[in-house]
Structure formats: structure tokens, C-alpha cells
Ligand binder design. Structure first.
Ligand SMILES: O=P(O)(O)OC[C@H]1O[C@H](OP(=O)(O)OP(=O)(O)O)[C@H](O)[C@@H]1O
Ligand SMILES: O=c1cc[nH]c(=O)[nH]1
Ligand SMILES: [Mg+2]
Length: 218
């Protein structure tokens, strides 16, 4: 797996990540969602540099021009719920992409143990396409892995790009073990640890709740 850690270099991305983390600014859920979307746009732009392009001739009003056009067939797959604004950011740039939606949530067995439940999937075929899986939080990594295992029944992708906003080292290590070599991870920043409940520390809290409000446990 190739890891692209975007905050290795300073850019305007720092501002968006700081606002997402800031306990006061993140209370504004509209700004929180929009900042995740903006990070999705930046990560999408960066990953577009690794996609394949083909020559194409286009007509301008004054003549013709050889241009490079995107060749890959993209499928953007997001993990519900918190993947939705990240998905929108990617789609703002990859407007011809097909789309998959998969649910994954933590079902708590007790105070500290949980399993990831994947119950809903709507996806086109992904065989020989470029699969982009988006989820802002990469904590233990189990959601990314379970979602990939579920979507594999839709075909064998040519290449995989994982897009996340904040990760933990343990999650990155799990993805390195579980994903094939033709996988790229595009991530803004990686924190040191997880707490006993599997939350990234310092992280930003619960991304799904910050986007869409607290959910009742069932
Ligand atoms: O790497 P992991 O340990 O699997 O944790 C990360 C997952 O946890 C969060 O989802 P959550 O289960 O809170 O669902 P939500 O998006 O509906 O809040 C987050 O959006 C990721 O999907
Ligand atoms: O830190 C974390 C871990 C899982 N899900 C989140 O939203 N945040
Ligand atoms: Mg959540």
C-alpha cells in the first residue's frame, strides 16, 4: 500500500483540519460538514495526479487542441454516515464517477468491545474500475476492511484509493496488512493512538455525530 500523508507539507489543508478538530468551531455542523467536503476536494485533486489519462482532441471556438482526458472508470464508495460529506467533496471533482454507498457502524457488545456491522450496500459493478473508498475517520481500520470485503462481491477493481481525513497509526497498519499492493491511502493526518473505546486521540471526536447529530444506541 502506498501512503500519501498530505499534512507532511503545509497548505490551506491545515486550516480545514484545525477547524474540524477545534471543540468550539466543530459545534457548527454546517461548517464541519463543509470542511470535510473541502478536504475531500483536496484529497481528490491529489489522487487525480495518480490516475491514468489519454490523449483526446477537442475543438475550441478558434481551433483544435490535444488534451489529456481522464481514462479511468471511477467508482466513489462512501461509508455511511460520516462518509457522505467526503463523498460530495470527491464528486465535486469527479463528476462522471459512479457511486456506491455502504453502511458500517459500531455495534457495541459492552463498554469497550464492538463489532462492525455492514448491513446496506448499493453499488454498481466494480470489475476493472478504479475504486475510491471514502471515510473521514480511520481508527482501528475495521470499517474500511469490512466494507472492502463486502464490496469485493461486485468485482475485482483495477486499483484502489482509500480516502480519509484523520487516521490512527494502528488503523494504517491494519490497512497495510489487509489491502492489496495496488492500493493508495490518501490521508490528511495521522495521530498516535486510540483510546479504550477505539476513538482517535486527539482526533476530533465522533465524525458522524458532528455531521448529523447524536444517534441513539440500539
Ligand atoms: O476505523 P474504525 O475503528 O472502524 O472506526 C472508524 C469508523 O467509525 C465511524 O463510524 P461510526 O461507526 O461511528 O458510524 P457513523 O458514521 O454512522 O457515526 C467512522 O465514520 C468510521 O466509519
Ligand atoms: O475517533 C473516531 C473513531 C471512530 N469514529 C469517529 O467518528 N471518530
Ligand atoms: Mg459515529
Amino acid at each position: 500500500m502506498h501512503i500519501h500523508h498530505l499534512l507532511d507539507k503545509n497548505s490551506v489543508l491545515n486550516t480545514f483540519i484545525s477547524e474540524l478538530r477545534d471543540v468550539n468551531i466543530q459545534k457548527d455542523s454546517l461548517r464541519f460538514r463543509r470542511n470535510i467536503e473541502r478536504v475531500g476536494e483536496i484529497l481528490g485533486y491529489e489522487l487525480s495526479k495518480k490516475l491514468n489519462y489519454t490523449h483526446q482532441e477537442i475543438q475550441t471556438p478558434l481551433g483544435s487542441k490535444q488534451v489529456n482526458a481522464l481514462k479511468d472508470k471511477l467508482v466513489v464508495c462512501s461509508i455511511l454516515r460520516a462518509g457522505l460529506p467526503l463523498h460530495q467533496g470527491l464528486l465535486n471533482y469527479f463528476d462522471k464517477a459512479e457511486n456506491s454507498f455502504i453502511s458500517a457502524y459500531r455495534h457495541h457488545l459492552n463498554q469497550t468491545d464492538f463489532e462492525i456491522r455492514v448491513e446496506y450496500m448499493a453499488s454498481p459493478a466494480i470489475d476493472q474500475k478504479t475504486l475510491i473508498i471514502a471515510d473521514p475517520m480511520l481508527a482501528t481500520g475495521r470499517s474500511f476492511v469490512n466494507v472492502y470485503n463486502a464490496i469485493k462481491q461486485m468485482g475485482n477493481p483495477k486499483e484502489i484509493h482509500l480516502v480519509a481525513v484523520i487516521g490512527a497509526k494502528a488503523g494504517v497498519e491494519l490497512l497495510q496488512k489487509e489491502f492489496p499492493n495496488n492500493t493508495h491511502l490518501w490521508i490528511a493526518t495521522i495521530d498516535e493512538k486510540l483510546n479504550d473505546q477505539g476513538y482517535i486521540v486527539p482526533g476530533l471526536g465522533d465524525a458522524g455525530d458532528l455531521c448529523y447529530g447524536e444517534k441513539m444506541q440500539h
